[in-house]
Write a protein that binds this ligand. Structure first.
Ligand code: COI
Length: 355
């Protein structure tokens, strides 16, 4: 990063900190005091500023409301024992945000706008980063179209914002999932790899249908044949079968390139865990459940971290997964990831940015 930007700062006259219960943080309900904002107009990103967190006023013809031209990210800040704020792999989030933006015809963000906006926001709202173990400050950068125009074309104006929210666990206990073979989340050539708002909207109905049947989440299969496991609604998904860690590759453009997914794969290889990035068929998954060769299944994501799966429904049949020993791979890798994120382990990979 070589350029610097000037950020206008308007501080909130009142803070919500005193009325926030940091011992009971449900995911996504508590919003910190400030926002970082920048506008795109006349072909450039401009007017970077920090403002008090407040509702937006939108024209009812706003293009995002009608056509969903919007992308977002999720990353987390942690506090170490010395009170320093540590952010996990923000450079990777910026890269993915720009890949998503390109697919949705949204202008890409310059690195300095993202990195300096984030740094200044964390400086101002550093008291919002929880220090309780297991808690973090969830950071949500997002870009959306702001043209007020009912025709279909890429907007000419956009807003980039970063909001933050102190959070505890996304899943407080292991989850039950159902292999989804009727509805599709993504198809080759589509937008599945992008963190685009519409991908999440399209998956709500199938997910709700699964929830009514008692499953916390779906395991999406490929949109063409429904024979291969892709990812889950809130996270990528990994399996340990016969001692081998298996997860779907992201080469088809139908699966989100999870940063936690990537980190777990790197750590797995360092930990000498055999890894196969390949498609797992629904048949192979069912067979491994029937034969008892499936040892672990878990999700990986920024919000979800490493989320244990306790039950999988395949072709209408529920399979309970075996109890995990404490030295199960998913427990060990979660511990290692946490040690890196909270600054307890040396960061020779350059994943942790300090503020
Ligand atoms: C994230 O993990 O950051 C996501 O965007 C997923 C969403 C379920 C909160």
């Amino acid at each position: 990063m070589n350029k610097t930007i000037e950020i206008q700062i308007t501080k909130s006259p009142v803070s919500k900190l005193a009325e926030t219960d940091f011992d009971n943080l449900a995911f996504g309900h508590t919003l910190s005091d400030h926002l970082f904002v920048a506008d795109y107009a006349q072909g450039e990103w401009q007017n970077p500023r920090i403002e008090p967190y407040a509702p937006l006023s939108l024209n009812p013809a706003n293009a995002t409301l009608h056509y969903g031209q919007s992308v977002f990210e999720g990353l987390k800040a942690y506090k170490n024992e010395a009170g320093q704020v540590l952010v996990f792999r923000p450079d990777a989030n910026l890269r993915r945000l720009n890949e998503s933006a390109k697919r949705m015809c949204i202008p890409e963000l310059p690195e300095e706008l993202f990195m300096e906006g984030l740094a200044r926001l964390l400086e101002i709202d550093r008291e919002w980063v929880p220090s309780k173990p297991g808690c973090s400050l969830y950071i949500r950068p997002f870009i959306f179209a702001t043209d007020d125009f009912l025709g279909i074309r890429p907007s000419q104006k956009y807003k980039f914002m970063i909001l933050t929210s102190p959070v505890g666990h996304y899943y407080s206990k292991p989850v039950a999932v159902k292999v989804e073979t009727q509805y599709s989340r993504a198809i080759e050539g589509g937008t599945g790899f992008a963190k685009a708002a519409g991908n999440y909207a399209g998956s709500l109905y199938p997910a709700l249908t699964g929830q009514k049947q008692g499953y916390d989440q779906l395991l999406w299969t490929d949109g063409k044949t429904h024979q291969y496991i892709e990812e889950s609604g809130t996270m990528n998904v990994m399996f340990v079968i016969n001692g081998v860690l298996i997860t779907a590759p992201t080469t088809t453009g139908t699966i989100l390139k999870g940063i936690t997914r990537d980190s777990v794969l790197i750590l797995a290889r360092e930990m000498n865990m055999p890894v196969e990035e390949r498609f797992l068929s629904v048949g192979e998954l069912q067979e491994s459940l029937e034969k008892g060769t499936l040892q672990e299944a878990f999700g990986t994501g920024t919000a979800a971290t490493v989320a244990h799966i306790r039950l999988i429904n395949v072709n209408g049949k529920d399979f309970e997964l075996p109890q995990k020993p404490t030295d199960a791979f998913s427990n060990r890798v979660l511990q290692k990831l946490d040690a890196i994120k909270y600054g307890k382990e040396e960061d020779f990979r350059g994943w942790v940015y300090r503020y």
